[in-house]
Design a protein around this ligand. Structure first.
Ligand SMILES: Nc1ncnc2c1ncn2[C@@H]1O[C@H](COP(=O)(O)OP(=O)(O)OP(=O)(O)O)[C@@H](O)[C@H]1O
Ligand SMILES: [Mg+2]
Length: 411
């Protein structure tokens, strides 16, 4: 489509002319092409390979355009007459202008086109939600030896690459309310900074295993379009003196580099646990480093949303608790929550079963265990060559899982 080619050329041209336009104003598909071709730097230069990566087009058609020049030596493609290009685009690519913030920014004050930058912005996602953007940053960090080693400590996800199923995590009203507050805080970041409220955006998720803490952190990444930096404290704890402290600092450093992002610290009690068993100076130092790092990072100034999770909140002392502005509880799910997890998990599975009864039978089961029931039931049906569930399959599975829970609790 030749209009898309002109869209890209004009986007680059207008972006280069207006310093106040940011990467976030460039539509994702265009941004992506520049990232994968050596990063997005001003001025944007369009070469043939960039166009080819963007859209299929007829080269003859391109050469026919009176305002385009293809340099046969370096394959750079340029607009030779901006005014003519602008008019051509208005006539041939109006729909593209409406959804492209860079173009809309220009056309908003050009004739009476009725195009609005604000409207166009609604179509575009921020750059940090692109997996290509994240890859670009990670590549940069890999090049430098001192930062490359930091990357080994964490897992980094782009919201684009996280599973869509995450939206299926079932949360109760209290949990949803806390999440909504964080969304609003992110939207109103500037204002909160202006009024001096910085101590926002540090959450502690507490609850037994399998109640959805990790899933919720990932879901938030997807929902807020923020990259997710995941780290387990047990993984960065080292028996070498001072190493743990250094690792903690590095992890926070990565989060700041990837900002805006979510830093998810799992097994948060791990350091506290070692503290009670071993009053070693290095452990104390690690705890202090952790506390200090938490103090020195915030959502408002650094764009880092900190989420910590633990199964053992009782191991955390008051110095730790005090640092979180929100404690979100993940209790064993209520009947209502279990019911919804059953409904969602069974959604595509045909059969004859009564969810209400299953809900009553699974008192005390976590979300993970409810899902396990369904998985077990499906497997035993498959073993008998059936792709439809019976109530019997599910009841037996409930009993199996219950046995497992009893076994687990007896150790
Ligand atoms: N409320 C829930 N809604 C939907 N699925 C849930 C819920 N709670 C748990 N699950 C499912 O159980 C599994 C385990 O959940 P998850 O890993 O998030 O638990 P966790 O609280 O992080 O556990 P741990 O403390 O062991 O890390 C996932 O497959 C998740 O989808
Ligand atoms: Mg977890």
């Amino acid at each position: 489509m030749i209009a898309r080619v002109v869209e890209l050329l004009l986007t680059a041209e207008i972006f280069n002319r207006h310093e106040n336009l940011t990467e976030d104003d460039i539509p994702k598909e265009i941004r992506k092409i520049f990232y994968t071709n050596g990063g997005l730097k001003r001025p944007l230069v369009v070469k043939e390979n960039i166009l080819k990566g963007f859209v299929e087009y007829d080269e003859k058609e391109l050469r026919k355009l009176p305002f385009v020049d293809v340099n046969s030596f370096n394959r750079q493609i340029k607009i030779t007459s901006f005014d003519v290009a602008v008019k051509w685009m208005l006539k041939n690519g109006f729909d593209l202008i409406k959804k492209n913030p860079v173009l809309a920014y220009f056309y908003e004050s050009y004739d009476s086109t009725g195009v609005s930058y604000e409207e166009a912005k609604k179509y575009s996602k921020p750059r940090y939600s692109d997996s290509e953007w994240l890859k670009g940053i990670i590549d940069e960090l890999t090049k430098d030896e001192s930062t490359a080693e930091m990357l080994g400590l964490v897992r980094i996800f782009s919201p684009e690459d996280l599973d869509d199923d995450l939206s299926k995590v079932v949360l109760d009203d209290e949990q949803l309310k806390e999440i909504r507050k964080i969304e609003i805080a992110i939207e109103e970041r500037e204002w909160l900074r202006d009024v001096g409220l910085r101590e926002i955006g540090k959450l502690l998720f507490i609850g037994p295993p399998g109640t959805g803490k990790t899933t919720t952190a990932r879901h938030l990444s997807k929902k807020l379009l923020l990259p997710l930096v995941e780290v387990k404290l047990s993984m960065i704890t080292s028996q070498f003196l001072g190493e743990t402290s250094k690792n903690i600092e590095k992890v926070f450093e990565i989060a700041k580099r990837l900002s805006p992002c979510i830093l998810f610290i799992d097994e948060f009690d791990y350091v506290a646990k070692t503290r009670t068993s071993d009053e070693h100076a290095a452990v104390k130092r690690a705890v202090n480093t952790l506390l200090k790092s938490i103090d020195e990072i915030n959502l408002i100034d650094h764009g880092v949303l900190l989420i910590s999770a633990t199964n053992h909140p009782s191991l955390l002392d008051s110095a730790v608790w005090r640092r979180f502005d929100k404690i979100v509880e993940f209790p064993e799910p209520s009947e209502e929550v279990r019911k919804r997890i059953f409904e969602i998990t069974l959604e595509k599975i045909p059969g004859d079963y009564r969810i209400d009864e299953l809900v009553r039978m699974t008192e005390g089961f976590t979300g993970a265990e409810v899902k396990l029931v369904v998985r077990e039931a499906v497997l035993s049906a498959l073993m008998e060559g059936r792709k439809e569930l019976t109530m019997d399959d599910l009841v037996k599975a409930v009993e199996d899982v219950r046995e497992r829970i009893t076994l687990k609790n007896s150790y």
